[in-house]
Design a protein around this ligand. Structure first.
Ligand code: ATP
Length: 202
């Protein structure tokens, strides 16, 4: 899965629309402290479905919206778009009609987040699954936060295993299994209720 473009608008320190073309090969981002290098990685993680405010270095999800400075007022929304090269048609069904897939996530104050894939509204889960199945996504071990190496060294074996599973691209399967288990429990509860009704009628 090759990312070719990242667009930001009102996301953290990127108050003005910013369009970054990602060329093939290695990309380096350099700049003075506090210029927004980490915010770029956070934008990537966020558009891929990150929903843990702690992972976004903020108190709540709306903290990704430009909060204003002495000279500029705060914004009401933040938007990040990620363009993925799909010339080889490797994207899963539902995302696979065009040569590129553009994922857009937008958050509006007091209204929450919404996602689009090639202009069609999609669910957060669809986006998370799209990236999880491609061994990438908000929790991908390819995205290394500051302090994460030390966390990894001190991590318990169970957490380390999760990182390996994400690298192997099977974390999406765990999510699907969890959802299947929830459906199974709901069905068992319904069956028990049907038995009660049948018993009452007998
Ligand atoms: P360093 O090299 O020190 O880690 P960096 O280039 O990675 O710096 P970031 O951490 O990406 O910089 O950017 C931090 C800047 O983003 C800070 O100036 C902070 O005030 C600003 N910032 C973060 N969230 C918001 C927000 N919601 N609204 C406005 N500015 C924000």
């Amino acid at each position: 899965m090759r990312f070719t473009r990242l667009r930001l608008n009102g996301f953290k320190s990127f108050v003005d629309p910013t369009d970054l073309i990602i060329h093939e090969g290695l990309t380096g981002v350099v700049g003075p402290n506090g210029c927004g290098k980490s915010n770029l990685l956070e934008a990537l993680r966020w558009v891929m479905g990150e929903n843990r405010p702690t992972a976004m270095r903020g108190g709540g999800m709306e903290d990704v919206i430009f909060a204003g400075t002495a000279t500029r007022s705060a914004r009401n929304f933040a938007e990040v778009a990620l363009v993925i090269d799909n010339e080889e048609r490797l994207a899963p069904a539902g995302f696979n009609e065009a040569d590129t897939v553009e994922i857009v996530r937008r958050i509006t104050r007091d209204a929450g987040s919404a996602y689009k894939a090639n202009t069609k509204e999609v669910r957060a889960r669809d986006i998370q699954m799209l990236f999880a199945d491609a061994s990438t996504g908000a929790h991908s071990p390819a995205l290394v936060r500051q302090g994460q190496i030390a966390e990894l060294i001190n991590a318990k074996p169970k957490s380390r295993r999760r990182i390996l599973e994400e690298a192997a691209g099977i974390s999406g399967l765990y999510q699907r299994r969890h959802e299947a288990e929830l459906r199974l429990t709901a069905t068992e509860t319904n069956l028990a209720r049907v038995d009660d009704v049948l018993e009452a009628l007998a």
